[in-house]
Design a protein around this ligand. Structure first.
Ligand code: PEP
Length: 249
């Protein structure tokens, strides 16, 4: 079965209303060049209402960069699934390496977030990937398999699940995994998902993330098991991001 290409913008803690307007306009104008590509924009939460008001087209969805695993209550500064849904969000990143490293996303919390999101019907984009040291020590497959196991251990059916392979050494560094390096890990992930979930797992969308730019996107997306990208820095520049969406077509 043909998998739908998917490109996700992760704005991290960047952007403003002006960028929302110019990005929404650039995406709407270019939509005819990437009609088959699902595009998701994950801005900072306070910019979600601005995105809701911006020009929309069919394949554009709103995402969030994280959610809290609890339903509601005394969790200062956090956002529940219900709150982000209120702001039009249907896709959530979980386990981004910056959250794993700096904001207390342990394996247990990531699993809890995946479970909460799955129960809500939202799409989960689970981020996995090894550090430079782990790659040097040839631990890439071990680390990725462990992260998948930890996050998905209570998941029985895999609808609304996307995996983003993001080698930590490639995120925001300008170092991109070669298409061959990326493909090798994507193939490994697809096998792992197939073993756990059967044919439905083998057919999940797998994204590559880590310094994807307009000039390397096409080669990466041409790999057999790469269905699109999770884009950080280049998703803040409308021409770059549009070019990456076009490359996924
Ligand atoms: C990311 O943070 O998910 C990411 C892939 O960032 P960048 O594209 O800037 O490497």
């Amino acid at each position: 079965m043909q998998r739908q290409p998917l490109v996700i913008a992760n704005w991290k803690m960047n952007g403003d209303r002006h960028l929302v307007a110019s990005m929404a306009e650039a995406l709407r104008e270019s939509a005819a060049k990437h009609p088959q590509v699902d595009v998701v924009v994950c801005p900072p939460a306070v910019l979600l209402p601005a995105w809701q008001q911006a020009a929309f087209y069919d394949n554009l969805k709103l995402g969030c960069q994280d959610v809290n695993e609890h339903g509601h209550g005394a969790h200062t500064g956090e956002h529940s699934v219900a709150l982000v849904q209120e702001a039009g969000v249907s896709v959530a990143l979980v386990g981004h390496s910056e959250r794993r490293q700096f904001y207390g996303d342990t394996a247990e919390r990531i699993a809890a977030k995946v479970n909460t999101l799955q129960a809500s019907g939202m799409t989960v984009v689970l981020c996995v990937g090894e550090s430079a040291q782990q790659r040097e020590q040839e631990q890439t497959f071990v680390v990725v398999a462990q992260q998948l196991h930890d996050a998905l251990q209570h998941v029985e059916q895999c609808s609304n699940l996307v995996i983003a392979y993001e080698p930590v050494w490639a995120i925001g560094t300008g170092l991109t995994a070669s298409p061959g390096q990326a493909q090798e890990v994507h193939a490994f992930i697809r096998n792992w998902l197939s073993d756990k979930f059967g044919p439905a797992g083998a057919n999940l969308q797998l994204l590559y993330g880590g310094s994807v730019k307009a000039d390397n996107a096409e080669q990466l997306f041409a790999q057999a098991d790469i269905d699109g990208g999770l884009i950080g820095g280049a998703s803040l520049v409308p021409e770059q991001f549009v070019a990456i969406c076009n490359a996924a077509q």
